[in-house]
Design a protein around this ligand. Structure first.
Ligand code: AMP
Length: 235
C-alpha cells in the first residue's frame, strides 16, 4: 500500500517536536525523530551514542551514513506500514536522495517547512525543557508543565538540552542554513513543499498544517473496526 510521508523541515526550535504529535494524532501514523533516536543512544551510552555525542553537543550534524541507516531501519517496522512523520530528517540533500531510494513511486511525500527567525529561536530554546523519558517538549514561556519541572505524562524531572545553549543554538542555525535550507528548493522541485509561518501561536500553526493536509486530501489512517470486518459467507 502507498504510504503517506510527512517531512517536517524547520530550524531547531521552530516547533517540529510540538507539531509532530498533533499530526500523529490527526493521521494515526508514527513520528520518527532522528534527534530523539540519537539522544536515546547517548543516554544508553551505546557505541553509536559515544560516536555522535560530541558532534551533537557542538551543534553540528551527525554523518549522513549514520542517520540514513537509522531511518531506513526504523521505517521498515510494522507501525510505518501506512505512513510516518519525519521530524528532523532529511537534513541534507544527500539524505533526501538516499531516503527517496527507499520509496516506491506511489508513496506520497508532503514537506512542511515551519519557518521562524533566529532571534525568536534563541529566545524559545533558552526556555525549552524536555522530558528525559518520553521526549515531550515544554516551554517556560508558552507551554508550561502542570507541576513545575515535571513532565505531565511521566512525572519525571525536565531538563534543558546541552545543545539549547545560546552559542550552540546559533551554530545549529548556521548548520541549518548551510545544509538543510537547500532542501526547500529540492522539495519545491517535486511540488510537495509547503511553508508554514512558525511565528504564529502554536494552535494557529497546527491549524495551518491541518489545512495543508486537508487540501492535499490526506486523511486519518487510523484503522476503524469496520476496516477489518470479515465478509459474511453465505453457503
Ligand atoms: P533535533 O532534535 O532534530 O534538533 O536534533 C538534535 C541533533 O541531532 C542535531 O543538532 C544533529 O546533531 C543531530 N541530528 C538529528 N537529526 C539529524 C539528521 N537528519 N542529520 C544529521 N544530524 C542529525
Amino acid at each position: 500500500m502507498a504510504r503517506t510521508i510527512i517531512v517536517l523541515l524547520g530550524c531547531p526550535g521552530a516547533g517540529k517536536g510540538t507539531q509532530a504529535p498533533v499530526i500523529r494524532k490527526l493521521l494515526g501514523i508514527p513520528q520518527i525523530s532522528t534527534g530523539g533516536i540519537l539522544r536515546d543512544e547517548i543516554v544508553a551510552d551505546t557505541r553509536l551514542g559515544r560516536v555522535v555525542k560530541e558532534r551533537m553537543k557542538a551543534g553540528g550534524l551527525v554523518s549522513d551514513d549514520i542517520v540514513n541507516h537509522l531511518v531506513a531501519q526504523r521505517i521498515r517496522k510494522d507501525d510505518c506500514a501506512l505512513g510516518f512523520i519525519l521530524d528532523g530528517y532529511p537534513r541534507t540533500v544527500q539524505q533526501a536522495q538516499t531516503f527517496q531510494m527507499e520509496l516506491t513511486d506511489t508513496e506520497e511525500i508532503v514537506a512542511m517547512d515551519i519557518d521562524v527567525d533566529i532571534e525568536t529561536l534563541v529566545l524559545r530554546l533558552k526556555s525549552r525543557l524536555q522530558c528525559k523519558c518520553c521526549n515531550a517538549v515544554y516551554n517556560l514561556e508558552t507551554a508550561t508543565p502542570r507541576f513545575e519541572g515535571l513532565c505531565d505524562h511521566c512525572g519525571i524531572g525536565l531538563v534543558q538540552r546541552d545543545d539549547d545553549r545560546e552559542e550552540v543554538v546559533r551554530e545549529r542555525f548556521r548548520t541549518y542554513q548551510d545544509h538543510t535550507r537547500p532542501l526547500v528548493e529540492y522539495f519545491q522541485g517535486y511540488g510537495v513543499y509547503h511553508r508554514v509561518d512558525g511565528m504564529k501561536p502554536t494552535d494557529e500553526v497546527s491549524r495551518s498544517i491541518t489545512k495543508i493536509l486537508q487540501n492535499r486530501g490526506i486523511r486519518s489512517m487510523k484503522r476503524t473496526s469496520t476496516s477489518f470486518r470479515l465478509p459474511v459467507l453465505t453457503l
